[in-house]
Design a protein around this ligand. Structure first.
Ligand SMILES: *[C@@H]1O[C@H](CO)[C@@H](O)[C@H](O)[C@H]1NC(C)=O
Ligand SMILES: *[C@@H]1O[C@H](CO)[C@@H](O)[C@H](O)[C@H]1NC(C)=O
Ligand SMILES: *[C@@H]1O[C@H](CO)[C@@H](O)[C@H](O)[C@H]1NC(C)=O
Ligand SMILES: *[C@@H]1O[C@H](CO)[C@@H](O)[C@H](O)[C@H]1NC(C)=O
Ligand SMILES: *[C@@H]1O[C@H](CO)[C@@H](O)[C@H](O)[C@H]1NC(C)=O
Ligand SMILES: *[C@@H]1O[C@H](CO)[C@@H](O)[C@H](O)[C@H]1NC(C)=O
Ligand SMILES: *[C@@H]1O[C@H](CO)[C@@H](O)[C@H](O)[C@H]1NC(C)=O
Ligand SMILES: *[C@@H]1O[C@H](CO)[C@@H](O)[C@H](O)[C@H]1NC(C)=O
Ligand SMILES: *[C@@H]1O[C@H](CO)[C@@H](O)[C@H](O)[C@H]1NC(C)=O
Ligand SMILES: *[C@@H]1O[C@H](CO)[C@@H](O)[C@H](O)[C@H]1NC(C)=O
Ligand SMILES: *[C@@H]1O[C@H](CO)[C@@H](O)[C@H](O)[C@H]1NC(C)=O
Ligand SMILES: [Ca+2]
Length: 541
């Protein structure tokens, strides 16, 4: 039994022994919220019961691909939703889950993309551990940037204000509902949610004791433009430099062929894509006869651009490129990202990709919509108050260039090092070979990725809670953070899992440690490469 499991059971026992008569009702939840809040419902669910968010209060969920659906409530408890007033005559909607068997801890979770819906699946996922968990829709419904048009207040809510308000009110509800002080407060988010985690660390260092921030969209002002520009680099489709999905698949296969052995182990996993020397000429049409997949010189230039940093005039580094092994397909325009330029940069719906101009970088920097960008690298206040921060990013992320996380980590280090702050004491960054955006791995790589980071459980077959078979702090991100915060046991490594067919019942396909940057997992030279014990965290040189 690890230290964390001992601590968890101790608190659970304590909560059970002193269990007050919990009162899951609209009036009792409302009593712990400001009077300008409206509690819509508060209902008790048995373990395993289904909760379906009422569509009339969760329109935002209909714009998520899966739509509104039923969620399994993992342990018995109270499920509630309230709208809470924010400044400038605005409001946000907050979902809350309060388990009967409370572990004494508070958890807030983040959102995805442009947010606009409560993260019900995420708070129910963390409820399983016994956390009282909260999520905000960030003050608008719908998952694109159109809400921000001529609406500074809504942008601010989205940028940071709603999350902090949800934390403040969520803590009040938790302590009121259980009539007991919260022992520790945590945060888990990925993508936009990773950014929200950094934003909290930067602006409200007292909100959390432990923050888990995956694939952070922290450089909102530049990343949003890059998401559109990478597609523009591949347009129009009639251009001689345009690449197709078939060609990008051939590139992915060639990257794997050349880079896989360069890390010393031929296993289809790119353990260190940054260390790969790639020769794209092997795909040139002069070398191969397959006209569907070969590349002309202008097409090779397009591929090189995608894997290179975006540099503008005057040597301005704007955003990093994709890392090798990122199988992004042929980039195409995503209408959601265009709404950032149209509505968050206040240009209007007539803007099309043909209007692209590099001056957008300056406009985006100047407006910094909602102050959403998390670029205050001096996170020393969070260190000084004893907070812990765990950042992770997949090496094959087709949505947010992996290297933007490395850039963030390096800017933080160069800001804190002169202050004599040892990064490793409170901030660790893990790169995950072969993981895509927050979750999953390309089928030709088959890397281990599952640690129950935010949104990961949804990529497994069936309804999954925790890390099946591995209820401990080396395999489970949440337990790792709890162990770090409460037992001072820092994660020297973590072990993600890939289950056969992404189905826990089918058994484990592969596990391998991931290591705090800049160390990386190395094979010890003998034994099964799919077993974690044959790997160790080493240095490159
Ligand atoms: C996980 O471990 C904790 C602490 O030992 C325990 O309370 C809990 O029941 C375990 N959960 C499962 C599903 O085994
Ligand atoms: C629950 O709280 C409400 C509002 O405070 C109160 O009216 C009701 O009597 C309480 N119910 C129980 C069972 O305590
Ligand atoms: C809502 O109520 C809280 C607590 O009473 C208060 O601090 C806040 O200013 C109110 N918000 C608005 C917009 O009136
Ligand atoms: C929102 O309210 C704050 C404080 O009341 C005020 O300073 C700010 O100018 C307002 N912003 C907008 C866009 O109305
Ligand atoms: C609750 O707040 C959201 C904004 O987050 C808003 O769109 C919705 O209309 C509000 N619901 C009600 C019933 O006021
Ligand atoms: C953006 O979201 C709004 C609100 O959900 C929706 O009406 C609109 O069609 C969306 N626009 C795009 C381009 O998806
Ligand atoms: C042509 O491609 C083959 C395999 O695809 C490779 O072995 C060879 O080195 C390539 N030749 C050149 C000149 O790139
Ligand atoms: C060319 O590549 C395409 C896509 O991979 C494949 O379907 C096709 O069979 C190949 N053609 C030849 C002649 O190898
Ligand atoms: C480059 O620098 C010059 C001189 O400072 C300035 O006038 C110009 O606007 C800059 N261009 C860009 C794209 O930043
Ligand atoms: C914007 O956010 C940063 C943290 O990311 C914070 O340091 C700064 O004070 C904020 N600025 C405003 C005007 O709120
Ligand atoms: C490599 O792993 C094997 C199997 O766990 C172990 O017996 C061996 O000592 C390890 N070798 C090194 C060099 O660490
Ligand atoms: Ca390899």
């Amino acid at each position: 039994m690890s230290k964390s499991t001992v601590a968890l059971s101790a608190v659970v026992t304590l909560a059970a022994a002193t269990a007050p008569a919990l009162n899951c009702s609209v009036a009792s939840i409302a009593a712990f919220l400001p009077t300008n809040a409206t509690v819509f419902y508060a209902e008790h669910y048995d373990k395993g019961a289904n909760f379906t968010p009422p569509i009339s209060l969760n329109y935002g969920l209909t714009s998520i691909p899966t739509g509104v659906s039923a969620y399994e409530v993992p342990v018995a408890g109270c499920v509630a939703q309230a709208n809470i007033t924010l400044p400038n005559n605005t409001q946000h909607s907050v979902g809350m889950v309060l388990p009967d068997d409370w572990n004494g801890r508070f958890m807030a979770v983040g959102n995805g993309e442009f947010s606009g819906s409560i993260g019900w699946s995420s708070i129910l996922n963390t409820m399983w551990y016994g956390f009282a968990s909260f999520s905000t829709d960030t003050g608008h419904e719908g998952n694109n940037g159109s809400f921000g048009y001529h609406n500074e207040a809504a942008l601010t809510n989205w940028g940071w204000r709603a999350m902090h308000n949800a934390v403040v009110n969520g803590k009040a509800v938790t302590e009121g509902y259980y009539n007991q002080e919260i022992s520790y407060s945590y945060y888990r988010g990925c993508s936009a949610g990773g950014k929200q985690g950094f934003k909290e660390v930067q602006m409200f260092p007292d909100d959390f004791d432990g923050v888990i921030a995956g694939a952070p969209a922290w450089w909102m002002t530049h990343q949003q433009l890059w998401n559109v520009l990478t597609a523009i680099w591949n347009l129009p489709e009639t251009a001689d430099y345009h690449v197709t999905d078939d060609q990008m698949s051939a590139v992915a296969a060639e990257v794997l062929r050349q880079c896989d052995p360069q890390d010393g182990v031929e296993d289809n996993i790119l353990q260190n894509p940054l260390g790969c020397v790639l020769n794209l000429q092997t795909l040139s049409c002069s070398n191969t006869t397959n006209a569907t997949t070969c590349l002309t010189p202008p097409q090779i230039r397009t591929v090189e651009k995608l894997f290179s940093p975006w540099i503008e005039a005057n040597d301005t580094f704007v955003f990093p490129g994709y890392t090798l092994g990122t199988e992004m397909g042929a980039p195409t325009i995503d209408a959601d990202f265009v709404t950032y330029i149209q509505y968050m940069l206040q240009i209007g719906g007539d803007w099309t990709w043909e209007d692209w101009n590099a001056d957008l970088v300056q406009l985006s920097d100047r407006l910094n919509p909602g102050n959403a960008t998390a670029d205050d690298f001096d996170i020393s206040p969070y260190y000084k108050k004893g907070g812990k921060l765990l950042q992770y990013h997949g090496y094959s992320d087709p949505s947010i260039a992996t290297a933007s996380s490395i850039y963030l980590r390096n800017r933080i280090e160069e800001t804190l090092a002169p202050q004599g702050i040892p990064l490793d004491d409170f901030y660790r960054f893990f790169l995950i070979p072969g993981m895509e955006h927050c979750t999953s791995t390309p089928s030709d790589q088959g890397a281990p990725w599952y640690m129950n980071g935010d949104s990961q459980a949804g990529s497994l077959e069936g309804t999954v809670f925790g890390v099946p078979g591995y209820n401990d702090s080396t395999h489970d991100l949440i337990l790792a953070m709890v162990d770090w915060v409460e037992n001072d046991k820092a994660p020297d490594f973590l072990i993600p899992t890939r289950y056969n067919n992404d189905t826990p019942a089918d058994g484990v396909a592969i596990q391998r440690p991931i290591c705090p940057y800049p160390s990386l997992a190395k094979y010890n030279g003998s034994g099964d490469v799919t077993l974690p014990e044959n790997w160790y965290c080493g240095t490159l040189y």
